[in-house]
Design a protein around this ligand. Structure first.
Ligand SMILES: CC(C)(COP(=O)(O)OP(=O)(O)OC[C@H]1O[C@@H](n2cnc3c(N)ncnc32)[C@H](O)[C@@H]1OP(=O)(O)O)[C@@H](O)C(=O)NCCC(=O)NCCS
Length: 191
């Protein structure tokens, strides 16, 4: 896959410069980014991220598709399908916009919708699942808007800044997605 086009963003493979762009964003990350990025330990160094990227280039992991979200020609975040199981047609999804100023512009919703179209269409997946901190109201709103259904609550799942946080699990089936998808530009359902 060369790239996946949404209406406002493009999803494409990671390039070396993206590793630095993400690392630079991490250096000025606000408290929200740190907490939602699960930073209970310091973020990895630029060198270790580059080494990890190089290792992935030589030995790609078939169960993961990780893409950079590009908006207005700039890398603004990343989105990943992981634990892809082609036998049961199941995967998990996660994403992050790296900088606070790039949030609330519709990029996240567009990126997920584009990857869902590709996952349920091109990859023929049947079910996609995610986990989200129960206090992450913006992300929960976005997932609900795209049709994800609440499936469970892992109580006091993680400990952050002296407080236990619940984690919600949500899931979306292919039939639910196609029924709700507004068939915007590029939303061609495969036969
Ligand atoms: C969560 C995230 C991916 C969403 O992407 P985004 O581009 O910021 O979101 P969008 O602009 O597409 O949509 C935001 C929606 O949430 C709504 N929203 C914003 N703040 C909100 C709040 N405090 N409560 C409820 N809804 C809120 C907006 O009004 C908008 O709704 P609308 O589309 O119905 O108008 C992005 O904000 C992000 O990366 N956040 C930090 C990391 C993170 O939380 N990752 C997800 C971990 S599971």
């Amino acid at each position: 896959m060369a790239w996946i086009a949404g209406e406002r963003v493009i999803l494409r493979a990671w390039e070396r410069e993206d590793i630095r762009a993400r690392w630079e964003a991490d250096q000025t990350a606000d408290a929200e980014s740190q907490r939602l990025g699960d930073w209970h330990k310091p973020p990895p160094s630029l060198l270790s991220r580059e080494q990890e990227w190089e290792a992935e280039q030589s030995e790609p992991d078939a169960s993961t598709v990780s893409l950079v979200i590009v908006a207005d020609g700039r890398p603004v975040g990343d989105i990943t399908l992981f634990q892809i199981d082609p036998r049961i047609r199941h995967a998990l999804i996660g994403l992050s916009l790296w900088r606070p100023e790039d949030r609330d512009h519709g990029y996240g919703s567009d990126a997920i919708r584009a990857l869902l179209r590709w996952s349920f269409g091109h990859m023929n997946l049947h079910r996609i699942e995610l986990a989200v901190d129960a206090t992450n109201v913006r992300a929960i709103h976005v997932y609900e808007k795209l049709g994800f259904v609440h499936e469970g609550r892992r109580r006091q799942h993680h400990f952050d800044a002296g407080i236990y946080h619940d984690e919600l699990t949500m899931g979306l089936l292919d039939v639910e997605f196609w029924a709700a998808d507004g068939s915007g530009p590029g939303a061609t359902r495969p036969d």
